[in-house]
Ligand binder design. Structure first.
Ligand code: FES
Length: 95
């Protein structure tokens, strides 16, 4: 029996390819990259880039598909805690 769907992030930030595994999950559920603090939601969409020089620049960069982290869904089994891929789902970088 499946209990939950969780995103699996490729260990590579779309900004400068830093390992996302060195980041952390914030209180709002976003994944924070440890290097320049870009944040990504569960679909891989960039939700924050604090070093942007203006709100307009931040919105322009966030809307670029190249700013999306690569994400694939996984499902977690109730017994044993094994995770398996269940389907290939589009993330924000794929439209
Ligand atoms: S390398 Fe991840 S935010 Fe810059």
């Amino acid at each position: 029996m499946w209990t939950s769907v969780r995103p699996w992030f490729e260990d590579k930030c779309p900004h400068r390819a830093a390992p996302l595994s060195e980041g952390r999950i914030e209180d709002d559920g976003t994944l924070l990259c440890a290097y320049h603090a870009w944040r990504f939601d569960g679909s891989g969409k960039c939700t924050s880039m604090p070093q942007a020089s203006s709100r307009a620049e931040e919105e322009r960069v966030k809307s670029n598909p190249r700013s999306c982290a690569s994400v694939r869904p996984t499902m977690e089994a109730q017994a044993g805690g094994n995770r398996e891929y269940v389907r290939d789902q589009q993330n924000c970088a794929e439209g």
